[in-house]
Ligand binder design. Sequence first.
Ligand code: SF4
Length: 362
Amino acid sequence: MSKSIQQILEQDSLTKENIIQLLQSSGDDEKALFAKSSEIKLKYIGKNVYFRGLVEFSNICKKDCLYCGIRAGNKNVDRYDIADEEILKAAKFAYDNNYGSVVLQSGERSDKQFVDRIENLLKEIKKLSNNELGITISLGEQTKETYQRWYDAGAHRYLLRIESSNRELYEKIHPQNENHAHDTRLACLKSLQDIGYQTGTGVMVGIPFQTYEDLANDLLFMKEFDIDMVGMGPFIEHDETPLYEHRDKLMSLNDRFRLTLRMIAVLRILMKDINIASATALQAIDPLGREKALRIGANIIMPNITPTQERANYLLYQNKPCIDEGADDCTNCMEARINMADGEIGYGQWGDSKHYANRTKK
Ligand code: SF4
């Protein structure tokens, strides 16, 4: 006989079967799950929500992930690459407004010019903020040497989503070539951890062909890998991508949204002291999506500080929110939203992953 959700939530550890049951919960069971994860968040993380000012500085990408709106093969995208001065201006904005940290994100490139440029930008951001701004980068798969150079230049957190820990599923949503190999992704995550980055990963929730067991395995993978931070969002289809032809296999947007919240809640129960980002894609489905995620377990939010004129061109998925607000509007809106979720903004702080501190102390 299977256990009740209440019994599972009282256990000290969760089996894969328990996780699947939690991910499938609804109604009062789902409420009990969210109450538990919220309690754990308050106990281990507190009310603080940390900002990461997000600069999506270029949508030029050499890859062709089958789900992504800015994949190299999509010729309908207006490609942009924001000038260094503009990126530094955005970082200065984050510093002046006490954000504590920035995230630099772009499509994937690994040519020498790009690698050198990032190294230089990292040094400049450190300089303009008297070494005070924390820097996360999310620039895809690179050589260990490149990761090391960027780490030495000042980046200390790296986000590289595994997208799915199931190799077969990963291969269904990526082209079959060495540029998109699951093994490379895993090796990159390992290199990042070895170098000393706070290492972040994440998955898309609700992709075609994905099962509850896949998602449970994703969460167990994060625990097993001893990951420090996670960003997970609901999969949102883009009609200019190959994966769109499988849209008949998708659950409703609302079901993908609820399932993402349950993923966040279970992850918070499994990994009590990690940083969990409240993904923008949640807000694309529910206007209060990010606040709901903060209440049940997330503690990081990434206000978009990319210069407004380029935001509309960084569409990994469609109906992306906040593409026409200036950075100032974004901050005000965030403040109100976080208060609404009963959180407090950790202004001027890096908001590092407590898990990282705990695991590197061992
Ligand atoms: S998901 Fe990232 S690496 Fe893949 S095509 Fe999109 S921007 Fe490029």
